[in-house]
Design a protein around this ligand. Structure first.
Ligand code: NAD
Length: 470
C-alpha cells in the first residue's frame, strides 16, 4: 500500500530525522501493508516551528476565508472517499461499508459543520462596557488513537482551523496511512503551508515530545485514560491548556415499557460496530429482572447476525480488532468474565479464524456490577447484560464506574427516558435510539475526560478570551 517516507511539515513531505520505521499491519491477515517513519523529538520540533511560523498569518485570516478552506478540505475528502475507506479497512480492519459510511462519512459531516461554523460564529461579543474577543489559543499538539483514524483527526483539526489555530498531528501507530491521506487532502485543499503538520511516530517518543514541547499552547489528546493522565500532568506542570477524550464503559438502560426487541437489537449493533472499538460503545446492557431472560434470548439472536469475516467482503459486519495486543487483551477479558462466574451466551475466548486478529462476538449474562467485565473498558465485541430491581438500582449500576462518556435509555416514552438520562453521570445519552449528532458536544464526565469536541462547544476549546473595557 502507498505510504510517504517522510513527514508533512511546512507544506511539504520532508525526510524524517531518524532511521526508525513503524510497520503497518493489516489485522485481517496479519501481513505488513507499509512502513512509515517513526518521528523523533527533532521531527516534532521542526513541525512545531513550522506551525508557530504559520500562526500569525492564519490567525489573521478572515473567518470566511478559513471557512472556505475547510469547505475545500471537506470536498477533497468527499472526492477521495473510496480510497480513504479502503485504507481504513486495510489498517484498522473495519468492514468496508462501515468505513465508507462512518469512518469517512462522519468526518465529512464534521468538516462541513466547521465550514459553516467558522463563517457564522461570533468571534466577538459585547458584555456591558466590554468587548470580548475570542482569539485562537495558538499552536495545537493533536494526539489521536486508531479506533476512528480519520474522525478523531478531523474532530480536532477542523475546529482548530476554524478558530485560527495551527497544528501538529501525531496519529496512532496502527493507522498512520489514513493520517497521511488526510495530510494529502489538506495540501490539495490549498490550506497554507505550516498550518497543518504531520509527524508519524510512537506515543512514548513523538507523542511525548509533542505533549511536552514549549512551543505547543494546547494539547488535544484522545486515547486511553492511562496516557491521558500522564499528558494532563505534563501539560499542568507547564501551565498549558489540555483537552482529554478518554475511555468509557457506557450503560444502555432499558426501562420497563420500552420496545425490548428494538432496544436489544440496537444495543447489540452498537457494541459490534467497529468490533467494539468505540469509546462510547454501550457495553453494559441493563434490563429489569422481569424481562431479563427474554432480553438475553433476544441478544443471542441479534449477535448471530454478526459473524466475523473478511472486512473487504461486502456482507461482512464484524471485522478483526486492530492488532495482536488488543486481540490478546480482549480475549483475556472474556476468559476473566468466565472465571468470575458470568454466563457465556455467545462467543468466547477462542479465536474464530486461524489467521487475523478476530474475536468471536461475545455476550455475557448474569454479569454483576463489580465484575471486571462490568467495570473495565474491554474495547472489543463483548456485551455484558446486567439485571436491575428498580429504577434506583438501575441508576446506581449505570453510574457505578469511573467512566462517564456515553449512554442510552429506552422507555415507553421520551419524557420517561429523558428524566432518567438527567440523573446519569455521563456526557451523552441517546434517548430511544436517538442518532449521533456531529454538532452536539462530545466528551466525558469523571475519568472519561476533560473538555468537549464537535460543534460550537468543540470550537470554543480552541479559543481564548480577551476583554476590552470601554
Ligand atoms: P493510547 O492512549 O495508547 O494511544 C492514543 C494516542 O496516544 C496514540 O497516538 C499514541 O501513540 C499516543 N501515546 C501513547 N503513549 C503516549 C505518551 N506517553 N505520550 C504521548 N502520546 C502517547 O490509546 P489507544 O490504544 O490508541 O486507543 C484506545 C483508547 O482510546 C481507549 O481507551 C478508548 O476508549 C480511547 N478513546 C477515547 C475516545 C474519546 O473520544 N473519549 C475516542 C477514541 C478512543
Amino acid at each position: 500500500m502507498k505510504a510517504h517516507d517522510g513527514m508533512y511539515i511546512g507544506g511539504q513531505w520532508r525526510p524524517a530525522a531518524g532511521r526508525e520505521r513503524i510497520e503497518v499491519r493489516n489485522p485481517a491477515d496479519e501481513q505488513i501493508l507499509a512502513e512509515v517513519p517513526a518521528g523523533t523529538a527533532e521531527d516534532v520540533d521542526a513541525a512545531v516551528r513550522a506551525a508557530r511560523a504559520a500562526l500569525p498569518g492564519w490567525a489573521a485570516t478572515a473567518p470566511a476565508e478559513r471557512a472556505a478552506l475547510i469547505g475545500a478540505l471537506r470536498d477533497v475528502l468527499t472526492a477521495r472517499k473510496k480510497e480513504i475507506a479502503e485504507t481504513v479497512t486495510a489498517e484498522l480492519g473495519s468492514p468496508l461499508g462501515f468505513s465508507e459510511a462512518v469512518h469517512v462519512g462522519s468526518p465529512i459531516a464534521v468538516a462541513s459543520s466547521y465550514a459553516e461554523l467558522a463563517a457564522s460564529y461570533a468571534f466577538e461579543e459585547r458584555i456591558g462596557n466590554s468587548t470580548v474577543l475570542l482569539e485562537p489559543v495558538g499552536v495545537v499538539g493533536a494526539i489521536t488513537p486508531w479506533n476512528y483514524p480519520l474522525h478523531q483527526v478531523v474532530a480536532k483539526v477542523a475546529p482548530a482551523l476554524a478558530a485560527g489555530c495551527t497544528l501538529v498531528l501525531k496519529p496512532a501507530e496502527d493507522t498512520p496511512l489514513t493520517a497521511q491521506l488526510f495530510a494529502e487532502a489538506v495540501h490539495e485543499a490549498g490550506i497554507p503551508a505550516g498550518v497543518f503538520n504531520l509527524v508519524t511516530g510512537t506515543g512514548p517518543v513523538a507523542g511525548q515530545a509533542l505533549a511536552a514541547h514549549d512551543g505547543v499552547d494546547l494539547v488535544s489528546f484522545t486515547g486511553s485514560t492511562a496516557v491521558g493522565r500522564q499528558i494532563g500532568a505534563t501539560a499542568g506542570a507547564a501551565v498549558k491548556r489540555v483537552a482529554l477524550e478518554l475511555g468509557g464503559k457506557s450503560a444502555n438502560v432499558i426501562l420497563p415499557g420500552a420496545d425490548l426487541p428494538k432496544a436489544v437489537a440496537a444495543g447489540v449493533g452498537h457494541v459490534m460496530n467497529n468490533s467494539g472499538q468505540s469509546c462510547n460503545a454501550l457495553t453494559r446492557m441493563l434490563v429489569h429482572r422481569d424481562q431479563y431472560e427474554e432480553a438475553v434470548s433476544l441478544a443471542a439472536a441479534a449477535v448471530a447476525k454478526y459473524p466475523t469475516g473478511d472486512p473487504r467482503e461486502p456482507g461482512t459486519r464484524l471485522g478483526p480488532v486492530v492488532n495482536a495486543k488488543q486481540h490478546e487483551r480482549v480475549r483475556g477479558y472474556i476468559a476473566r468474565g468466565i472465571e468470575e462466574g458470568a454466563r457465556l451466551v455467545a462467543g468466547g475466548p477462542d479465536a474464530p479464524h486461524a489467521q487475523g486478529y478476530f474475536v468471536a462476538p461475545t455476550v455475557f449474562a448474569d454479569v454483576t456490577p463489580e465484575m471486571t467485565i462490568a467495570q473495565e473498558e474491554i474495547f472489543g465485541p463483548v456485551l455484558s447484560i446486567l439485571s436491575y430491581e428498580d429504577e434506583e438500582d438501575a441508576l446506581r449500576i449505570a453510574n457505578g464506574t469511573v467512566y462517564g462518556l456515553g449512554g442510552a435509555v429506552w422507555a415507553a416514552d421520551q419524557e420517561t427516558a429523558a428524566a432518567f438520562a438527567r440523573r446519569m453521570d455521563t456526557g451523552q445519552v441517546d434517548i430511544n435510539g436517538g442518532r449521533f449528532n456531529v454538532r452536539a458536544p462530545f466528551g466525558g464526565y469523571k475519568q472519561s475526560g476533560v473538555g468537549r469536541e464537535l460543534g460550537p462547544h468543540g470550537l470554543s476549546e480552541y479559543l481564548q478570551t480577551k476583554s476590552l473595557q470601554f
